[in-house]
Design a protein around this ligand. Sequence first.
Ligand code: PEP
Length: 252
Amino acid sequence: MREFLIAGNWKMNGSSTGSAELVAGVLAGMPAGSGFSVLVCPPFPYLSAIAGQVKGSALKLGAQNVSEHESGAYTGEVAPAMLRDIGCEYVIVGHSERRAMYGESSFQVAAKFQAAQAAGLVPILCVGETLDERESGATESVVDYQLGAVIDAAGIGAFSSAVVAYEPVWAIGTGKTATPEQAQDVHKHIRALLSGHDVDVAAGLRILYGGSMKGENAAGLLAMPDIDGGLIGGASLQAMDFLAIANAAART
Ligand code: PEP
């Protein structure tokens, strides 16, 4: 049985005071119960302080990016072992903003995925198509290519300790959410693709939806059979908005 994962990607937002308040607000309103986990992915400078804040609670901690290298002369980079060392359990890899703005290729994303796992982190691998790609009917081939690079590098077994996030680029930060049916079609396709390699790994894999998810649309998306949670940007920056999604997961 797959558990929901509700993950907040704060991106490059916040301050030390603001992030402490946001985490305090999330901790205060965390829904009780089982069958779901809640995760926050703050910017690097706040991770250590927040690790202390969430210690002993059910709220999990992750980072938004990681180096594919173990250590050494990589100025400005953060190693996977450093994230593990300060208490991160998860890390986002291959977010579309990093692919588009920082030129991360699917091969580099695959290397980050492997490096994260080697250090004991659970990678959240983001895949998704642009509007042009969707309109030209290329959605499936785009996600196949992005996933294929990781399957080729890491092997299908690596997906038993990973999460995939389907994030249509046209829905990120735009207010345009994929309909539950549009998202479900792609999630089903992703699971079928992985099933072609290993049925059990595919059945156990959590596939999150990301793209303007909020309290008002979360229940409809989470009701879909292949949607196992959400990766949430804008709506993760206010405790009440984020908790509305966590509550939808707790109720589903
Ligand atoms: C994201 O950046 O991962 C995301 C889904 O953003 P938003 O929820 O703001 O669309």
